[in-house]
Design a protein around this ligand. Structure first.
Ligand code: MLT
Length: 211
């Protein structure tokens, strides 16, 4: 199912799976849309429901989840506003589609990974597990989020020119500092995802009965 569904606040795609217990929240990168990560979701967990919103900000016509002033320099007011809008969307979607929000796993790539990280930091009760593929520190919250019990996979590209490895490391330390259980994995290559990223996400997710 796909559509504007204006009452939920985001254009999105909802692909339910019969008998699914887990829902993957798919968050695309800059220039993507709600269809981009559906194949990735299928590879990571073919039995999960898929909820895939489209970022509401346009940068030269390319959808993103929040505004930036330059590459890696974020408009923090917009980031905060869009983060709360996304968290509200998730809450409303859980009611509208009757999925269990405690079994929601965010899977974000690049800009999508950054807003997933921002959601963990600003609205920690919304997402209990997240695979952040090519992510950096989006912001440092003024109030410490309680992330004990939250599982996070962070996957970085060793020579990513867009997300320098030091910023990915900093995100891992920040989330750990707030109590999250962080698995940090590195893959040869740059910003693009590799088979290794997909396998790592599937393996990280599979044994968990928690999300
Ligand atoms: C961002 O803007 O979130 C990051 O720079 C990644 C991207 O290029 O989308």
């Amino acid at each position: 199912m796909s559509g504007a569904a204006p009452e939920l606040g985001f254009v999105h795609r909802w692909d339910p799976r019969p008998g699914a217990t887990r829902t993957l929240l798919l968050l695309h990168g800059t220039g993507g849309d709600e269809n981009d990560l559906i194949p990735l979701g299928d590879l990571i967990d073919p039995s999960a429901n898929l909820l895939s919103p489209r970022g509401r900000v346009l940068e030269h016509g390319m959808p993103r989840f929040f505004r930036r002033l330059a590459e890696g320099v974020f408009d923090l007011d917009d980031l905060r506003a869009q983060t709360h809008a996304l968290a509200d969307f998730i809450d409303k979607a859980a009611s509208a589609y009757a999925f269990d929000p405690t079994r929601l796993v965010a899977v974000g790539f690049s800009n999508g990974a950054n807003i997933a990280a921002s959601t963990l930091l600003l609205r920690p009760a919304t997402i209990r597990a997240a695979a952040l593929l090519r992510a950096m520190v989006p912001l440092v919250p003024t109030a410490a989020p309680a992330l004990a019990g939250t599982r996070v996979l962070i996957a970085g590209g060793e020579s990513d020119p867009i997300i320098p490895p030091s910023t990915t490391d900093a995100l891992a330390r920040l989330l750990e500092g707030y109590g999250a259980a962080v698995t940090l994995r590195w893959f040869p290559g740059g910003h693009q995802l590799t088979r290794g990223d997909i396998d790592a996400a599937r393996e990280w997710l599979a044994p968990s009965g928690t999300a």
